[in-house]
Write a protein that binds this ligand. Structure first.
Ligand SMILES: Cc1cc2nc3c(=O)[nH]c(=O)nc-3n(C[C@H](O)[C@H](O)[C@H](O)COP(=O)(O)O)c2cc1C
Length: 344
């Protein structure tokens, strides 16, 4: 199977919610809720995509060649990956897209497909219990090869679930602290499963586990520094793919100032609007250590489950290598700010 066939099948299995557009930019799906679109008219989703596409451009550098092959390998979480690319967590696919996949079968597709391609998936889940347990069972089956992304549940629940994730053998955990934005519609305090988190809560989480902890949903330098002070392993510069706020800034435009504020004190991950290997290249140049991709992995999984995830990952890595070739980069560390130009 090739990537075009994956897309063709996804068009069928995702209809009518996702149209599998040529450009996954948040325009055709604006206002489709529940669905793949962004909050409101989807302006934050569109800005993530459009800023990266229109304002971050790549310098060619072809006289720097050596007889070396481009190497995209990176070491993060004390593990070596084929590339600094991760599947972003996607929860409740049956509710957002179609019942062709659910939390369990989606997790199986991304965990297995990522593993085959030499990378790893952050697994997601909605705020409700089943959304956490099904992906965790899958993760256990694959020897702990996933990064469970906890919801910002109440602290006692968070700690119980961290203990379960540890038992499942995972090597890191994450939490989408911006997930509170999805909960706004639930007013009943007695059933409200998720609550906002503070810097103190992050400190408590970090000290409750030996696993590296990644906080997802950081969009300002100030909060990034607070996360560093709380002792996290990494931050994900993310606005949840534009799903939690209308008229937010894009992740790519915030990344350089966040990286400047934290330096090398934590690993910096980013997501939002990344579709291709050259997008991954741009995010690395802007300061990221690792890049998460959301909707395209959903499309890949709906198109051909783990095979689709593997095929899409291989495509992104190939594009990343081609971009490195054209820019005189041989290792990921060669991808620096000088390789790009931010244009008005
Ligand atoms: C359908 C859908 C479900 C998502 N579910 C989760 C989730 O359960 N947990 C989470 O941390 N992020 C979730 N996200 C956000 C993604 O992890 C990621 O931040 C975002 O999709 C990145 O933007 P991109 O789709 O433009 O790549 C979800 C995104 C989508 C589109």
């Amino acid at each position: 199977m090739n990537y075009q066939e994956v897309l063709k099948r996804a068009k069928e299995t995702m209809a009518p919610r996702c149209k599998v557009c040529t450009e996954c930019n948040g325009i055709a799906c604006r206002g489709i809720s529940p669905g793949p679109g962004g909050r409101g008219l989807g302006r934050t989703f569109q800005r993530n995509y459009q800023y990266l596409a229109d304002h971050v451009k790549i310098h060619m550098n072809v006289l720097a060649q050596k007889e070396e092959k481009q190497n995209t390998e990176v070491t993060l979480f004390s593990k070596t990956f084929a590339a600094p690319v991760f599947c972003a967590p996607i929860g409740m696919p049956d509710f957002t897209y179609t019942p062709f996949l659910n939390d369990e079968t989606y997790a199986k597709a991304v965990v297995a497909g990522a593993k085959e391609a030499g990378i790893v998936a952050f697994t997601g889940g909605g705020a409700f219990d089943k959304c956490f347990f099904a992906p965790l069972e899958v993760t256990k089956h694959f020897g702990g090869w996933a990064i469970p992304t906890l919801k910002p549940w109440k602290m006692d629940v968070v700690k119980q679930r961290i203990a379960l994730a540890e038992e499942a053998g995972v090597f890191a955990i994450a939490m989408d602290v911006d997930g509170i934005g999805l909960q706004a519609s639930i007013d009943d305090e007695t059933i409200k499963p998720i609550v906002p988190k503070s810097q103190q809560d992050l400190k408590e989480i970090v000290s409750s586990t030996k696993l590296p902890f990644v906080v997802k949903g950081i969009m300002t330098a100030k909060e990034a520094i607070e996360a560093v002070e709380a002792g996290v392993y990494g931050i994900v510069v993310s606005n949840h793919g534009g799903r939690v706020i209308e008229d937010g800034l894009s992740t790519a435009e915030m990344l350089p100032e966040i990286k400047k504020a934290v330096g090398d004190a934590v690993k910096v991950f980013v997501d939002g609007g990344v579709r291709t290997g050259s997008d991954v290249f741009k995010m690395i140049a802007l300061g990221a250590d690792g890049v998460l991709i959301g909707r395209p992995y959903a499309i890949a999984a709906y198109g051909a489950k783990e095979e689709g995830v593997r095929i899409y990952t291989e495509k992104v890595i190939k594009e990343l290598k081609q971009t490195m070739l054209m820019t005189g980069c041989f290792e990921i560390k060669d991808i620096t700010m000088e390789k790009i130009k931010i244009v008005p």
